[in-house]
Design a protein around this ligand. Structure first.
Ligand code: SF4
Length: 325
């Protein structure tokens, strides 16, 4: 029976090199990449196609969101729960390995490349907590790590694997030349959960709407966000693309606000809001319109298809500063 490995494939250079190291041993490789609202698979999909790696993309939003609400090892600098996120990914990849009758899972991780999540201890803990302590291989650093089952059983030749360590990229560049890899995406800086502004918004969302749905998370990616009270927020577009997205994401029960007769943003209150919060949201929306800031304008509020128009005075910079998330 041919040996088979499942590659956890990001599409970056390290994952391409890990694939090359395994595939050149005559091992059959299938790549998988995960996607959620916080990271996509476009880069991996394109790279897999280019290098001829059979590849599948799995949407793991539900499981990832569940983990993200209460990560066992907590968050990094922002809302990135990297240890738990890696654990989940390896667990799902391990399940895929079992389903497909494959022999092991491998990744492009390099020991010490990311001090927090790729130290020796983290790599060990993640493989153990994922449920496959002995079947997760890191070909680029394998010689510096404990031997895994496929190496012990001779399914993978450990002597042909590498001993890369640290943040330097020199050895990877040499390997890229050796394998004729001329085109690859620049190293990724981390997913949306490592972004401070997005993290602030997500923290606010989890605090006020613990049962939030994917739509609420998608809204975090656009516009300016203002917390009006414990139950109500408003999202205000910054440009035409934001406005289109906000209007597309509007749902039953929401209130959509536009300023009448002058160009300006679209604003959305998920859940509709009360009369008071609608007025406040309209004033904030007027602040970012082309209307003069020192006189009243008319705000159109649309809810469940019913339009109501109301005069408002644009919010002051102090007010926008008080409510912005
Ligand atoms: S940067 Fe994002 S995708 Fe990568 S491990 Fe951390 S949380 Fe997961």
């Amino acid at each position: 029976m041919k040996v088979k490995g499942i590659a956890l494939f990001s599409g970056g250079l390290d994952s391409i090199l890990a694939f090359k190291l395994i595939a050149e041993q005559g091992i059959q490789v299938v790549g998988i990449t995960f996607e959620t609202p916080f990271f996509g698979a476009a880069k991996a999909r394109a790279t897999a196609r280019r290098i001829g790696l059979p590849h599948a993309v799995l949407d793991i939003t539900e499981e990832h969101l569940k983990m993200l609400r209460a990560p066992r090892y907590g968050y990094g600098k922002n809302m990135n729960p990297c240890i738990d996120c890696h654990t989940l990914m390896l667990n799902i990849a391990g399940r895929k390995m079992e389903e497909e009758g494959a022999d092991f899972v491998f990744t492009g991780e390099v020991l010490g490349e990311r001090p927090m999540s790729q130290g020796k201890q983290s790599l060990r803990v993640v493989a153990k907590n994922a449920g496959y302590p002995d079947r997760i291989l890191r070909p680029l650093s394998a010689k510096l790590l404990p031997e895994t089952e496929p190496e012990r059983e001779g399914k993978v030749d450990r002597s042909r694997l590498c001993d890369l360590q640290g943040r330097g990229r020199k050895r990877q560049m040499e390997m890229a030349v050796h394998y004729g890899v001329t085109s690859y995406p620049p190293p990724a800086g981390g997913c949306l959960l490592t972004d401070p502004m997005f993290s602030r918004r997500l923290r606010d969302l989890f605090a006020h709407h613990p049962d939030c749905r994917i739509r609420e998370i998608e809204l975090l990616k656009v516009g300016r966000h203002f917390r009006l009270n414990e139950t109500t927020k408003v999202v205000i577009g910054r440009n035409a693309m934001d406005n289109d997205t906000i209007e597309r994401l509007a749902d039953h029960g929401d209130t959509l606000i536009r300023i009448a007769q002058v160009p300006g943003p679209s604003a959305l209150i998920p859940g509709g809001g009360s009369e008071d919060t609608r007025l406040l949201a309209a004033a904030l929306c007027a602040r970012y319109s082309d209307a003069p800031k020192d006189c009243e304008v008319v705000a159109d509020c649309i809810r469940e298809g019913v339009l109501s128009s109301t005069p408002v005075r644009p919010a002051t910079p102090e007010e926008t500063g008080r409510f912005i998330i």
